[in-house]
Design a protein around this ligand. Sequence first.
Ligand code: NAP
Ligand code: GCO
Length: 290
Amino acid sequence: MSGILDKFRLDGKVAWVTGASYGLGLAYATAFAEAGARKIIFNDINQELVDRGLKAYRERNIDADGYVCDVTNEEQVQKLVEDVTKKYGGIDILVNNAGIIKRIPMIEMSKQQWDQVISVDLTGPFVCSKAVLPQMIKKNSGKIINACSMMSELGRETVSAYAAAKGGLKMLTKNICSEYGKYNIQCNGIGPGYIATPQTAPLREKQPDGSMHPFDRFIRSKTPAERWGETEDLEGLAVFLASPASDFINGQVVYIDGGILAYIGQDPSQLDESKFKDEVTKEDVKVNDQ
Ligand code: NAP
Ligand code: GCO
């Protein structure tokens, strides 16, 4: 007799996580494999990154296929989906994870820089979702998970293009739910807070005098847990949104932020830095080991 935990299993599923050579995408894919996914598909924008990803998956004994594919390139995306469909019968779970950020004051940002961020972070999920939806409709089943962000809800200096893209991605999530929910397709967003990955490494770098980065201090004062998230913190939610356990959840963005969105924050100057002086995040250990 199947128990409640079976609802969280991904047995037999094919999962495609975009931009998953490292970072959050690698964490999601690893969790999917542990939950029973029979094949992990990932892509990145060059062979070097794909090879880095294949090494990471091999080290984890995960059966993964890597593709050189730019999520903004419709032809490359279509080819990836056709190839995966031919080999494995289709894609059951798509995570639109690939993303970039440019931290530039808006009036100094060029249109080309703006367009690049919007293209990867918003148009990419449109291109990839459009490519997989027809087969999900045919199977009357599918899961799409979009990598949203605190910036789907909040703005901050220097991230105008990123926030616009992530806000748009929240609405694309709701629209895919609205348009395709009738085919037993669930499209939800995962909304991480501030997580220790290469993307946020510049915001955590120690100052020349060894003190905490001002942004590190700021984020810890805005987070009740007073810490950055680790990729492991997101694995359970990713599996949940990819599994039958979430079949009646659709069009939602689930925030996994340590409480940032609920908390007005404490005075950063009151933060006791001595509590964190010896702290090194798992991501920083990995980067230091490379
Ligand atoms: P990351 O470390 O920068 O990894 C992003 C991955 O996407 C990289 O492998 C990157 O390759 C790839 N990528 C970039 N452009 C691509 C394209 N056009 N086509 C295919 N792959 C592409 O980012 P992360 O921290 O793991 O974040 C993953 C996702 O979660 C992003 O969408 C991010 O916005 C979102 N997110 C992150 C946080 C956080 O705190 N880290 C919080 C909320 C949301 P390259 O190395 O070539 O760039
Ligand atoms: C930034 C950070 C954030 C995080 C994440 C927060 O510069 O503010 O990079 O954007 O990456 O999106 O949820």
